[in-house]
Every structure is written in structure tokens, then in C-alpha cells.
Design a binder for this molecule. Structure first.
Ligand SMILES: [Mg+2]
Length: 387
């Protein structure tokens, strides 16, 4: 028998709206929407007052304003959200031994083993209190024996609350909930399950697993296990694993600054494309240089979370300029993106989000089809392949 796990899931409530309210406390109590343009934009987050009118994240702004015409629409301030997200991350990092930043406003903590010294519930209650006291932001948490149940407990505890599902109580907690409360069950799966007469998680758990897997394949099997409260996925450590990078050792040492700069641009584009393929954003750019005598220098900068080349390239170029001694030969050049976090939500936060992410999707599709050199800029074709 593996050791009993204690997993907490923390999620900031209506995060972007709450950050806006810290700046404009007078708006509290009103239906508020953070999102793109009234004509073509999408709702990124909305206040609970707007939710009462049926407004939801990812809904088109047009539909949202049909449901709630009096809502106040705020354009969003990405730099500020990134700053507050980091602040909360730092508070969690200072007290939790293992945590995963699942998105800009969501964290998993593995508290297994801590129960020999502290009560996990007392620890999480205190952490929640400190986050709100220091940052002014409301946050909810769920505490359970695995990530899925913890996340579902958070969702039941919201807004501004917490819920513990004690070991052994997973099925009792899940049973009465509708099946689409299981993370990842969308309209399509919901429809398939309804065809089978399944509405609650209890009904899903009692359904023959063979029939589910014959209808829904492996996904049906996974769902059946989830309905029984079984979920083995681990909390992935934040700082250790999450960075992606491209490094290039030149066949011959290079001192042509213009060429180095174009290589830097090409490598940043390549790394950013990988970031978007994995549906991630980065909050930190680093550039590394190695000289022929193997002296290695690097510099990094924290930025507002992004996945777009036109925001990453200027930072990479500036870091390069700060590092590079003009005229020196360079042996190796590298770009690294770290502080990675899941990015679906954030891509809505541009003045014309559809256009911008559509443009990058098109670029990435061509890149995938014709290989990575298809869309690099002129002058970047020299040198051998990257590692
Ligand atoms: Mg949230």
C-alpha cells in the first residue's frame, strides 16, 4: 500500500477581477467582466455578480453582454496579473515543500509526509489566511488524497472558502455531483454520458466499466476510475522541471553581431513555438553566451506571462546586448524560457486576441509542415542544427 497522500489545490477566486478591484475598490459589488473587445472579444474572467446573470469564462463578449447588459467591461492589465501571480507563488514557495503552478492562479501542493509534524488542514487554513492577508486576494482550496478530488473540492468550496475531503470519503463526496464536475468532461462527453442515462458521478461509478470503454475507449476507462475517486497523477515540482531552451554551438566561433542577433531571433522563435505547442506561457526569458575560452555568462529577466514572439524577441535582444562584448567571438548561444505555466486563459487578454493567436497558429502550422527553417527571418540560415 503506498503512503496516504495529502494534496491541496489552491485557486484564486475570479483572479483578474479581484486584481482590478484592488485598484478600483469602488467597483466591488457590480457585475464586472475582464476580457477583449465588445464586438469580437471573449470573457476572460467575470465577477460573481456577473455570473449570477449566466456570464461565464470563454463566452463571447457579445453573448455575455446580452445576458448582462449593465456589466462593466475592463480590458485587463496583464503585467499586474503576472505580478500578483508571482507574489502568491512566492508565498506558497516559502512554505510548501513541493508545489506545482498549474496556471497563473492555480496551485497544487503535495503535503504528504508533513502530517507527521503538522496537521495538513491547519497548515492549508493558515496558508490561505496569509495569502489573503498579504495580497488582498481571496483564494479557495480543497484538501484531499489526490489532485482531481482536491480540485473538485476547491470548486465546491468557491468562492472564498475551503473544503477537506478526508481519506476514505472520496466516493461519498463525488457521488451526488453531476458528471460534468469532473475536470475535463466537456459538452461532448456529457452528451455521450447522458445518452447512456448517466447524470451523476454515482451513476457513472455504478455503470459497467466494459460498456463505458466500448463506447468511449480508454477515456471511458479513465472516467470510470475517476468516478471512483482514483487519480494517481503526481504534483510536478515547479522550479525543477519547467523550462524549455534552445542552445546552439557554432561550427566556427562567430563575432558577426548582426548574424548572432539573427540567430538569437531564430532560436527565440523556435523556443516560443514549442511553448505554444505545449499550450504554455513563460514568465522569464534567459540568454546565455559562451566564449571560445568557455567563459559562460547568462542573464535573465522576469516578464509578464506570454507565449508570443513579438513580446519575447525584444527582451532576448536586450539581454543579448547587455551580455555581449562587441567584437568578441562567440562559441555558443542559448535562449531559455522558464517559469512556465499553462496558458489557455491568458491568450484571451489581448486587444484583438483572436487575430493574434490566429496569426501564431498559422505560423506554427506552416512551421510544422515545412520544417523549422520555413519561416525564419533572412540571414538566419547559416550554421548547423540546434541541439
Ligand atoms: Mg481561479
Amino acid at each position: 500500500m503506498p503512503a496516504q497522500r495529502h494534496i491541496a489545490h489552491f485557486d484564486l477566486d475570479a483572479f483578474f477581477v479581484e486584481v482590478e478591484l484592488l485598484n478600483e475598490p469602488g467597483l466591488r459589488g457590480q457585475p464586472l467582466i475582464v476580457g477583449g473587445s465588445r464586438e469580437r472579444g471573449v470573457v476572460t474572467t467575470c465577477s460573481y455578480e456577473a455570473r449570477a446573470f449566466g456570464v461565464r469564462s470563454a463566452m463571447s463578449m457579445r453573448e455575455a453582454l446580452n445576458r448582462c447588459p449593465q456589466a462593466l467591461v475592463l480590458p485587463g492589465s496583464r503585467g499586474q496579473y503576472s505580478r500578483y501571480s508571482r507574489w502568491v507563488t512566492d508565498i506558497i514557495a516559502a512554505s510548501a515543500p513541493v508545489f506545482e503552478k498549474a496556471s497563473i492562479d492555480e496551485f497544487y501542493l503535495d503535503l504528504t509526509g508533513m502530517d507527521r509534524f503538522h496537521d495538513p488542514l491547519a497548515f492549508t487554513i493558515d496558508l490561505r489566511r496569509r495569502i489573503t492577508a498579504e495580497t488582498g486576494l481571496p483564494i479557495s482550496f480543497g484538501l484531499a488524497t489526490n489532485k482531481m478530488v482536491a480540485k473538485m473540492a476547491t470548486n465546491e468550496a468557491k468562492p472564498n472558502g475551503y473544503l477537506q475531503v478526508p481519506p476514505g470519503m472520496e466516493q461519498a463526496f463525488l457521488a451526488p455531483l453531476p458528471v460534468d464536475r469532473i475536470p475535463g468532461v466537456g459538452d461532448h462527453t456529457l452528451g455521450r454520458l447522458q445518452e447512456l442515462g448517466i447524470r451523476t458521478i454515482a451513476e457513472l461509478a455504478a455503470f459497467p466499466a466494459e460498456v463505458l470503454s466500448s463506447r468511449l475507449g480508454q477515456y471511458g476507462k479513465d472516467l470510470h476510475r475517476k468516478a471512483h475517486g482514483i487519480h494517481e497523477s503526481e504534483v510536478a515540482g515547479y522550479h525543477e522541471t519547467k523550462s524549455i531552451s534552445t542552445e546552439h554551438t557554432f561550427e566556427q566561433n562567430v563575432s558577426d553581431e548582426e548574424f548572432l542577433m539573427s540567430e538569437l531571433v531564430r532560436m527565440t522563435e523556435k523556443t516560443a513555438a514549442q511553448l505554444r505547442r505545449e499550450n504554455m506561457m513563460t514568465g522569464c526569458v534567459a540568454v546565455k553566451l559562451r566564449y571560445p575560452d568557455f567563459e559562460t555568462t547568462s542573464r535573465q529577466r522576469a516578464i509578464a506571462y506570454t507565449c508570443f514572439d513579438d513580446e519575447l524577441i525584444p527582451v532576448a535582444k536586450e539581454l543579448f546586448r547587455q551580455l555581449y562584448r562587441p567584437g568578441s567571438k562567440v562559441r555558443l548561444l542559448g535562449v531559455r524560457l522558464s517559469e512556465l505555466t499553462s496558458g489557455a486563459m491568458q491568450t484571451n487578454l489581448f486587444s484583438d486576441p483572436e487575430r493574434k493567436s490566429g496569426l501564431y497558429k498559422a505560423i506554427d502550422a506552416v512551421r510544422d509542415r515545412f520544417g523549422k527553417s520555413a519561416l525564419t527571418r533572412g540571414g538566419a540560415m547559416r550554421g548547423s542544427s540546434d541541439k
